[in-house]
Design a protein around this ligand. Structure first.
Ligand SMILES: *[C@@H]1O[C@H](CO)[C@@H](O)[C@H](O)[C@H]1NC(C)=O
Ligand SMILES: *[C@@H]1O[C@H](CO)[C@@H](O)[C@H](O)[C@H]1NC(C)=O
Ligand SMILES: *[C@@H]1O[C@H](CO)[C@@H](O)[C@H](O)[C@H]1NC(C)=O
Length: 286
């Protein structure tokens, strides 16, 4: 009896503190959530801050052309802003393109940017005489001494050379039906970041088990040529700023006709028979 009582009491003893700790935990959670809500309110209420808006997140530029990385900002302060544009290229340290107070540039520009850069009052950056190396992610940071928060904005810039008209190359303009493989090649001279595509009878070709596109889509290989492959083919080259289409080329497929084979072998057989008959007939005349 005594032992039993002790057992029950001991279980009660452990049960009570665990209930308490659960309650404590709930209190803690509640406290954390309330604190978060309060912080959230503070966040929304803040007035002193710069706010940047941009029209585009991606600007496509042409080599030698210009790019307007357009932004504008709002602030409660009327002070001059400090504007800083940085360029981040793949796996490289960000470089400061320009830093200015309002529109006046601070310090000396890097040699590659001299005479190529204008900063406008609204924070916009204009790049002249675009170089391929100008491509990358640009980050603008605008801060005003009075304002507690600075603002940032990212704009990606691509710089490309327009593509020239591509042309289709093939070994011959005709092929015999059921040939194992026939390859067409798409070539072009100028243009950066080309992506290739193919057209058959004016319609876009997709990778197929018989009409195979190489991984870069520069080559189109026709496997086990069929009569339906007799068509006009063309290729396309695209890049971020341009798109070109080749002159269509005609591929003629000749039928490997079984009837024709029968006729030719039959013909040869007939000829041999005739020759033999003639040869045999002459001596019989004597
Ligand atoms: C910044 O401006 C946008 C657009 O006007 C607005 O939706 C947003 O709430 C503003 N943000 C701040 C922190 O003022
Ligand atoms: C900022 O100013 C420049 C030059 O006046 C203008 O071309 C550009 O569109 C402006 N940007 C915005 C977002 O208003
Ligand atoms: C087309 O398919 C072949 C084989 O399935 C593959 O090797 C090739 O990379 C594919 N081409 C494209 C452009 O996906």
């Amino acid at each position: 009896m005594k032992e039993e009582r002790r057992k029950t009491s001991s279980t009660e003893d452990t049960a009570i503190p665990s209930q308490f700790s659960l309650f404590g935990l709930l209190l803690l959670f509640q406290a954390v959530f309330t604190e978060r809500r309060v912080l959230g309110c503070v966040h929304a209420v803040r007035v002193a801050g710069v706010n940047i808006t941009s029209q585009a997140h991606l600007v496509r530029g042409t080599l030698g052309g210009e790019a307007l990385l357009s932004v504008s900002y709002t602030s409660t302060s009327s002070d001059q802003p400090v504007i800083k544009w940085q360029l981040k290229r793949d796996k490289q340290q960000p470089i400061t393109v320009v830093q200015s107070i309002g529109t006046s540039v601070i310090g000396n520009l890097r040699p590659e940017y001299r005479n190529r850069i204008v900063v406008f009052e609204n924070g916009t950056l204009l790049l002249h005489n675009l170089q391929l190396s100008d491509e990358g992610a640009y980050e603008v940071e605008i801060s005003i001494t009075d304002d507690a928060f600075t603002a940032e904005r990212n704009i990606n810039l691509t710089v490309d050379v327009p593509v020239s008209r591509p042309y289709v190359q093939m070994i011959a303009s005709s092929v015999l039906e059921l040939s194992e493989l026939f390859t067409l090649h798409c070539s072009h001279v100028d243009g950066t970041k080309p992506t290739y595509g193919w057209l058959k009878g004016g319609k876009v070709l997709t990778n197929d088990s018989r009409l195979l596109l190489s991984h870069d889509q520069k080559y189109l290989t026709i496997a086990r040529v069929l009569m339906s492959d007799d068509d006009v083919y063309g290729c396309t080259v695209d890049n971020p700023i341009s798109s070109m289409r080749s002159v269509p080329v005609k591929l003629t497929v000749y039928r490997r006709s079984s009837l024709y084979i029968i006729l030719t072998t039959g013909g040869i057989f007939l000829l041999i028979t005739l020759v033999t008959v003639c040869a045999c007939w002459k001596p019989s005349k004597k």
